[in-house]
Ligand binder design. Sequence first.
Ligand SMILES: Cc1cc2nc3c(=O)[nH]c(=O)nc-3n(C[C@H](O)[C@H](O)[C@H](O)COP(=O)(O)OP(=O)(O)OC[C@H]3O[C@@H](n4cnc5c(N)ncnc54)[C@H](O)[C@@H]3O)c2cc1C
Length: 472
Amino acid sequence: MPESYDLTVIGAGPGGYVAAIRAAQLGMNVCIVEKERPGGICLNWGCIPTKALLESAHLLEKIHSSREFGIVSENARPDLPSIVKRSRSVADGMASGVEFLLNKNKIVRKKGTAFFKDPHTIRLPDVSKEEIVSKYFIVATGARARALPGLPFDDHTVLSSRSAMVQEKIPESLLIVGAGAIGVEFADFYAAMGTKVTLVEMLDQILPVEDVEISGFLEKSFVKRGIRVLTGVGVHDPKLENGKVKVLLKGENLPETGEVLEAEKILVSIGLVPNTDSLHLEEIGIFLQKGFVKTDTKYKTSVPHIYAIGDCNGPPLLAHVASMEGIKAAEAISIHSGNPHGLSYAPLNYDAIPGCTYCHPEVASIGFTEKKASDKGYTIGVGRFPFTASGRARAMGDVGGFTKVVVDKKSGEILGAHLIGPGVTELLPAVALGITQELTAKDIASTIFAHPTLSETVMESFAAALGEAINL
Ligand SMILES: Cc1cc2nc3c(=O)[nH]c(=O)nc-3n(C[C@H](O)[C@H](O)[C@H](O)COP(=O)(O)OP(=O)(O)OC[C@H]3O[C@@H](n4cnc5c(N)ncnc54)[C@H](O)[C@@H]3O)c2cc1C
């Protein structure tokens, strides 16, 4: 007899493990299947280990400027194997935490690679002949790095984000293709390690989804740190020659014939491919769109008892989105199966998803950019506040950047916030809460923020948008 569950979750990343726990809280008998370690890309090979690497990078930069703070420190230099070791140990600790949480919630864990035998049965052929039958399924299998056509990853010269975070030796030169959050974070990290970094982006700004002013500010600070930034530039004819990578760059501000660039290594961060190809989803009637699972606002696929969440159902490809979708899907299933907990369902607002990039200076944003808000027909008010005017930032010796908010001039509705500078990833939730709770610019501008804090810049930006800034 196959094992049978109320819900089986495939994939134990931040989407899957959160969905499994929420479902267990709602009284379901839950199994979770994972082919690697629980925690998914985020905890093992994404959000967490990269932030640990960037912390080392930031510390090193800080030590280099220690004289400004009256501290004498000499001969500080990176020890990459130790930096990587620390990053792996932080990731391992977080993954163990997920294992603990799954056990605590009495979720049955299976290790193996699942595929659908039929709409109610999965198999894990790599571990046994066993079959798992379930009333509901949540597919949470995530996504993997996309390679450049003609240049497969080899983890030595041609790196994905995964291999880029476990290098043993600091490369002399690194070409990074794609300046989204992943490319930008690695540019920051390797530049701090002393690598000669070239960051190439096909679109006309780095961090293409961010407000143009923010990306422009980041580009200038990267250039100041010695990173070569090329926007509006495409990478052609990539090849490996004498153990190095050679490409032809073509585009803005380059000679018409292009520029040949050689680097010791290349990191390709041009997007992700959903992990949906070996699950036999289409065979059981699930619609895919460019490989991503198509779902409705409750994460239900075209097969009504199978749901899909996180990276595998399409952008935004972010851990906190995957987790929130996991909670929503578990609650939707509970409602679908008779709603014993009297839940009500409100779909997520995809116009208010926070996004953070942990380069230095940090970048954080939510909601509409100035351009998008104008395009949508709002009469906008924009407020900015520079960190040079923040007492806390001055004391920290870290004044590069500013906070910028976009509000609806008529109603005071908060439409967006775009922040760059010290600690801004920790400032964003105040605005997220404001948007979710439908607060106005006036509500935030009239809240007392403790002094001196970096968060005052957010309050001052809202005051500036209302024409009421005091410290500008
Ligand atoms: C370098 C990097 C840095 C990042 N930094 C951030 C960040 O700072 N903040 C942020 O919000 N996001 C970040 N992300 C994105 C974030 O990691 C993902 O959005 C998030 O992990 C998606 O969660 P998920 O649960 O959908 O998928 P995943 O985390 O990818 O988990 C899917 C799991 O499913 C398993 N699986 C796949 N197929 C099968 C199968 N057939 N059977 C069994 N198991 C299977 C996989 O092994 C994996 O563990 C980063 C990503 C990368 C690569």
